[in-house]
Design a protein around this ligand. Structure first.
Ligand code: PXL
Length: 275
């Protein structure tokens, strides 16, 4: 039987991310998403987590030098169209990726994932400072509300606060900013900043907790579409947000806790949520 996936041999994307053995987030989510779009995925592993749908039990960062050896091995041999970073772990690794990125001849998408040793949304001041240094190398940075507050030091209470924070990330060097604001007025809200204007993108809010890996899948769909040659970032982001809505709408109970976004429905037309 022939594969239903139409693939483009030169659509190659690289993910620099942590491992989630339960398969819902991290590099596993990235690879599944790439594959679904017919994009070849390469991965550089930054950290090993022991986690499942009920929670994160353990996080071990790989030595920075091993992360960079992986990156060098891939890039000495393979030419990606685009790369993304997920959880990078330590400030030392973020700085090393930053140094390596000086030689990247492809765009970098930075999902500034901040996970603590216990899997909470937490980051050391050193890691936050290192992410700020990485921003000039980011074609796109995709912070959630917590990460946006951390990166800018602004407590986000009003739309003006959000606009100021996005402006600050541009000032720090990020080319485009996609702020994932979560639930606002009964909808899910994203704001895409180009430096010239901010566009709000709304999508339906589904009444579910089953969104494990949603951030990873969103940045991976964006990465995959760029690998496929899409150049209109606004359209790419709008499509990626719709795709994640479809994935959330179609979650299956996998595990006993928070189910992952269903990647197996991605990239199937029509590109609209089914309700
Ligand atoms: O969803 C953020 C994330 C990314 N990557 C890894 C993770 C997590 C959250 O726990 O463990 C490896």
């Amino acid at each position: 039987m022939s594969s239903p996936i139409e693939y483009r041999p030169h659509a190659i994307a690289l993910s620099i991310a942590g491992s989630d053995p339960s398969g819902g987030a991290g590099l596993q989510a990235d690879l599944k998403t790439f594959q679904q779009f017919g994009v070849y995925g390469a991965t550089v592993v930054t950290m090993i987590t022991a986690q499942n749908s009920l929670g994160v039990r353990r996080v071990e960062n790989l030595p920075t030098e091993l992360v960079i050896d992986q990156l060098d091995a891939v890039l000495d041999d393979i030419q990606p169209i685009v790369a993304k970073t997920g959880a990078l772990g330590t400030a030392e690794t973020i700085d090393a990726v930053h140094q390596a990125a000086q030689r990247f001849n492809f765009p970098l998408i930075v999902d500034p994932v901040m996970v603590s040793k216990h899997g909470d949304s937490l980051a050391s001041e050193e890691a936050v400072a290192a992410y700020r240094r990485l921003l000039p190398k980011a074609f796109l940075v995709t912070p959630n509300k917590f990460e946006l507050e951390k990166l800018t030091g602004i407590t986000l209470q009003s739309n003006q606060d959000v606009a100021k924070a996005i402006h600050d990330l541009h000032q720090m060097g990020a080319r485009f900013v996609l702020a994932k604001m979560g639930h606002v007025d009964g909808q899910s809200e994203h704001i895409l900043g180009s430096g010239k204007e901010n566009i709000a993108i709304h999508s339906p809010r589904f009444d579910t907790q089953n969104t494990h890996g949603a951030g990873c899948v969103l940045s991976s769909v964006i990465t995959a579409l760029i690998a496929l040659g899409e150049t209109d970032l606004k359209r790419v982001v709008q499509r990626a947000i719709r795709q994640v809505s479809i994935g959330i709408h179609n979650t299956h109970p996998i595990g006993k806790g928070t189910s992952p976004v269903e990647t197996r429905v991605l990239a199937n037309e029509p590109d609209e949520p089914t309700s």
